[in-house]
Every structure is written in C-alpha cells, then in structure tokens.
Design a protein around this ligand. Structure first.
Ligand code: 2PG
Ligand code: MG
Length: 439
C-alpha cells in the first residue's frame, strides 16, 4: 500500500499561533495530523522550526516547516515506496536521517512529527484497525485486554500558562476511585463546575477567567491556597476521598541563578533553594492527597531529583528533565532521579522515538504519563497512544475547551467501542502507575 501524496499547511493552535498540519494520502483515504506546541519548553526538546519573519505572526510562522514536508520529506518517503501499514519505524528513521541533526533543527520536529502521526493513522486504516490497536502493535504492548487511563485534569492554571501570580503551573484532579473512564470524566467535570462557583464566591466574577489549558486562574499565589480550593471543590461536588491530586510546578520556569523564585510573576522575589523547595513539597504531600508530582526541580537539577526520589512514595515524573528522549531516560535511571516519564510526542518529534523512550521507562519499572501541550489542537492522537501503550493515565488539561476535551471525548468513544465489540478492558483506577505491568 503506497503513499500517493504528503502535503503540509499552516494552521492555528489553541493559543492562536501557527502550527503544522500534514495531509497524507493513500488508496485508503487522506489522513490528517496537526502538531501541538509547548510554552514551558525545556532546552532538551527537539526543535520546532519557526520562520522568524517578524512581518508575519511575530516571527512564529511555520511555512518553512511546511516546505520541509511538501518539498523534502514527502517526496523522499514516497520515492522510497514505504508502506505505513508496516513501515512506520522506517518512515521515521528516514526522516531522522534526512534531517541529520540531533535535535531535528534542520527540517523541524514540527514537520517530522506531523508526517509520523499522519502515517500511523494511514497505517491503521490500511490494516482496518483502530489507531490504538495499531499503536499497541507498534509498541509491542499486548492488547488482549485494554486499560482506559485515569484522566489527570488540570483545573487550576499558573506558571507560564496564566496571568495570575501563582508560580506552580498545574494543579490536576485524578478520579482514581471511579469505575469507568466515563464516570471519571463526569466526576472531574462536576468538580470543575463546583470550583468555578467557589472561585466566583471567594474572588468575584472577574476571577473565573481561564489559563491556556482551560483551568481557572484565580488571583492566588501560594500552593496551599490552590490545594485548599481544590479540596473544597471536590467536597462540594460529592467526591471527597475519591479524587486525588497531581501537581506540575514546571519548576524550570522559575529557576534562576541556582534558586527557585516562587514570586517570579510578581514584583516580590521569593527565592528557595532546592532543599527548601523539597521541604515545601514534603509538607504538601503530608497534608493533601497528592499522588503525582512532575518536574519539582529544574531540567538540570539531577541531584535535587535524586535526593527527593530517595524516600518518595508517590509518582515522581520527569518532563523537562527527560524530554521524551531515550538517552535522558537512561541517565535518569542511572541517577535514580525519578520513577516516571512524561511522554510528549513533540518533545522528540517521531512516534517511533516517543514509543522507544516510553518502553525504556517501562523496562526500568517506571510508569509513563502521556501529555498534551499547552498550545494544542483538536487532534486526538494522544488518546489512542495512551490506550495503545497502556500507560494508565494521561493529562490533557481541563474538562473544558475543544482542544482539551477532544482527547477525553475520544477516550470515551474508545471505551464505548471496546464494550460494543465485547473486548475485555478496564479503567486503570488506583493502579494507574502499574497499568503496564499487569499484562
Ligand atoms: C507541561 C506542559 C503540558 P507546556 O509542562 O507539562 O501541560 O506544558 O506544553 O507548556 O510545556
Ligand atoms: Mg510539565
């Protein structure tokens, strides 16, 4: 089954910034993918190619990346006669080789990833199977029974994703005690709604504006205030004890001169060293039902990670630290820096490499947490990837805004489809960290 055309177009992401859309045509149809983009980006991510021409989109255009697809990579893949139904790894490798740089900076990770995603969709269609099944096969994950993930929904936004003074970027709710994915979504949506009423009553109607990932961004600064709000909202919604909490401080965003500035969005610096920040986390863990902590320290602060991981009983996720890069995951293993890898497909730029990094993490006994980006699109690829790789949890922002709910809605479709087909599946629930283990 051969590819007949691969083209790319400039489209918009959820922040109104240009991004790459790829359309790949085979005898089975035309398959589309749109690439996401981060704000709190780490230095170890693959490079998103931007035009830099200040006269358009403040230099953020991606026409050059689109040309990488249409003029360079597309013709090469077609000429090589590669077949997406069985050659995804070869397609990705050909793109890596054609680019030739370690960070995909020549042709752009945004160009390369768009093709990789569209090719996976085309391959699934050619094989007459859903994308999650194709990705299960591609990642070598047994799929005799599927696991639906716990949705960690970011309902309070801070950091680089909002205009409030809060340094920590994300406060997520995780309905670990639900019995199905659909029920998990319902509980989170109910809590989100209760949170809105609560914020309005405490801070006024002007405080219910949203951050980039659809969470509220009230005028609060300290993590205690955020967590108290969440606890109260969970209680009002009637889900006390059944919804746990995850935090992504995205601490690289407020790391300067060897210290963490908790006041980085205000005029009053509040500098903590890694040990003091560690103590703050331990205090929060003691007081609130937190089950997951992501990027508590900066992307190069390996020693702080390792120290914190020594007696850490919850999931400790490396995002900017690992950058979905197999080499950094191996360093993390060696240093015992964390126990989970955040998986963002555009951090590395091909589906094959993202799966490879995830499988490396699994082989070390870690968990894998699939993630959207703060600049998203309605493309729901990561929903299928989460089920295919059996990661047991994902984050895709709040239960609001089209680009966020696209993933949750797709997961509810998958849950319904598995039930209709009479296949065995379950909701990951409390065992979300170990979903991949008990195959
Ligand atoms: C993160 C992400 C996604 P961004 O830090 O985990 O929530 O943010 O896409 O801005 O890097
Ligand atoms: Mg993060």
């Amino acid at each position: 089954m051969s590819i007949t055309s691969i083209t790319a177009q400039q489209r918009l992401d959820s922040r109104g910034k240009p991004t790459v859309q790829v359309q790949l045509t085979t005898p089975h149809g035309t398959f589309r993918a749109i690439v996401p983009s981060g704000a709190s980006k780490g230095d170890y991510e693959a490079v998103e190619l931007r035009d830099g021409d200040k006269s358009a989109f403040e230099g953020n255009g991606v026409l050059e990346a689109c040309r990488s697809v249409t003029d360079v990579l597309g013709p090469k893949i077609i000429e090589a006669g590669l077949d997406p139904s069985k050659d995804l790894k070869k397609i990705d490798q050909l793109m890596i080789d054609t680019d030739g740089t370690p960070d995909k900076s020549k042709l752009g990770a945004n160009a390369i990833l768009g093709i990789s995603m569209a090719a996976a969709r085309a391959g699934a269609a050619a094989r007459g199977m859903p994308l999650y099944q194709y990705l299960a096969d591609e990642s070598g994950t047994p799929s005799k029974d599927f696991v639906l993930p716990v949705p960690f929904m970011n309902v309070l936004n801070g950091g680089d994703h909002s205009g409030n003074p809060m340094a920590f970027q994300e406060f997520m709710i995780a309905p670990t005690h639900a019995t199905s994915f659909a029920q998990a979504v319902q509980w989170n949506a109910e809590t989100y709604s209760a949170l809105k009423t609560l914020i309005q009553s405490k801070h006024g109607k002007g405080a219910i504006g949203l951050g980039d990932e659809g969470g509220f961004a009230p005028p609060i600064q300290h993590p205690h205030e955020a967590l108290d709000l969440l606890m109260e909202a969970i209680k009002i919604a009637g889900h006390e004890g059944k919804i746990k909490i995850g935090i992504d401080p995205a601490s690289q965003s407020f790391f300067t001169d060897g210290k963490y500035n908790m006041g980085f969005k205000t005029n009053a610096p509040d500098m903590l060293d890694a040990a003091q920040l560690g103590d703050l986390y331990r205090e929060l863990l003691e007081k609130y039902p937190i089950v997951l902590l992501e990027d508590p320290f900066g992307q190069d602060d390996w020693s702080a990670f390792t120290e914190f991981n020594k007696d850490c009983t919850i999931e400790l996720v490396g995002d900017d630290l690992l950058a979905t890069n197999v080499d950094r995951v191996k360093i993390g293993e060696e240093k015992k820096a964390c126990n989970s890898m955040l998986l963002k497909i555009n951090q590395i730029g091909t589906i094959t490499e993202a799966i490879g990094a995830g499988n490396e993490a699994f082989s070390a006994g870690w968990s894998v947490f699939v993630s959207h980006r703060s600049g998203e699109t309605t493309d729901d690829f990561i929903a299928d990837l989460t089920v295919g790789m059996r990661t047991g949890h994902l984050k895709s922002g709040a239960p609001a805004r089209g680009e966020r709910v696209a993933k949750y809605n797709r997961l509810m479709d998958i849950e319904d489809e598995l039930a209709a087909k009479g296949l065995t599946f379950r909701y990951a629930g409390e065992g979300f960290r170990d979903a991949h283990k008990d195959v």
